[in-house]
Design a protein around this ligand. Sequence first.
Ligand code: PMP
Length: 376
Amino acid sequence: MEVYLDNAATTKPCAEAVAAAVEAMTEKYGNPSSLHRVGLNAQLLVDDTRKALASAIGVESENIYFTSGATESNNLALRGASAAYGRKRKKIIISAVEHASVEETASDLERNGFEIVRIPPREDGRYYAADFVNACGDDTCLVSMMYINNETGYILPVKEAFSAIKRKFPDIITHTDCVQAFMKLPIKANVLCADLISLSGHKIHGGKGVGALYIRKGVRVLPVITGGKQEKGIRSGTESVPMIAAFGAAVKKFSQTITERYEKVSMLKAYLLGKLGSIDVVVINSPEDGSPYVVNISAEGKRSEIMLHFLESKEIYVSSGSACSKGQQSGVLGQFGIKDKRADSALRISMTAETTEEEIDIFCEALSDGIEKVRG
Ligand code: PMP
């Protein structure tokens, strides 16, 4: 039996998403920019998903822009907003635990004259909104802070930080990467005081190669990809109608059950932690109050990759660190105070509401077996 516990890397598309993509590829195959009926039918699918996303985050649909995924959304947010607002205000503040698509983009802007301030967690491994607020000044154009960390499930105090920043510095643009939070926690742009929000289709059972950026009305973001002026010129290129349709189908399916699924996965996390508690060398790297969808652990002394492949041999799939970094350590665990040997043996287990206790039993049994059999 296949046990897939790598849902923070990607999720299996739901049946509704697959059906929507097939319909878009077989029946509604037009180019949304075409002026005839075939084009219009494709445009209607795109607009339908735009509405679903907008309603999910409590905004108007005209402020949702489709991209090829959250990597592109994050690039557009950082590059586009800094190009619009960064002529005089050269400081950009990010958390030190961002996904590579924010961190590497910020590093690139740093090489091009921006000052990047990376806020680490404090000694206690926790984030405090005040640290972001205190780093801001009249020289700051943008603050980017992810909502849920993809490696540990840590929930950053986005609302507290952004609301305080907006009170003190209304001109600073606020961006949050909500990839691991979308459809898992309720996200409302106004509640978070976020001007820009990045979303991805494939983490919510939609499909790979589609994402979106919410841009608050009146906030300027210069395009990164120029061309035929699709998406009101913010993101040129013919829209990926099948993947956008799939994204919309997944949002419609899951947006009504966010709380129920969070509770279900919280129970699964408690069950998993209970079982792991009886395995001697296992330590938990995720915070108790983190997202239940992501549980990072270390089987101390057993290297992640070796354990990952041992589990794979039993058809159990987890991540070492995060899949996005291709097995490379990103340094994020170190930022959270999880150092060296412990980080070298980190495994990320990421669940969905469809994960079962039986799957968790199979994983824990295989992990115990691996701890005995696998050499460090
Ligand atoms: N941000 C976070 C927090 C992520 O987990 C990921 C995916 N690993 C991304 C951004 C990138 O998303 P995409 O794969 O859609 O480009």
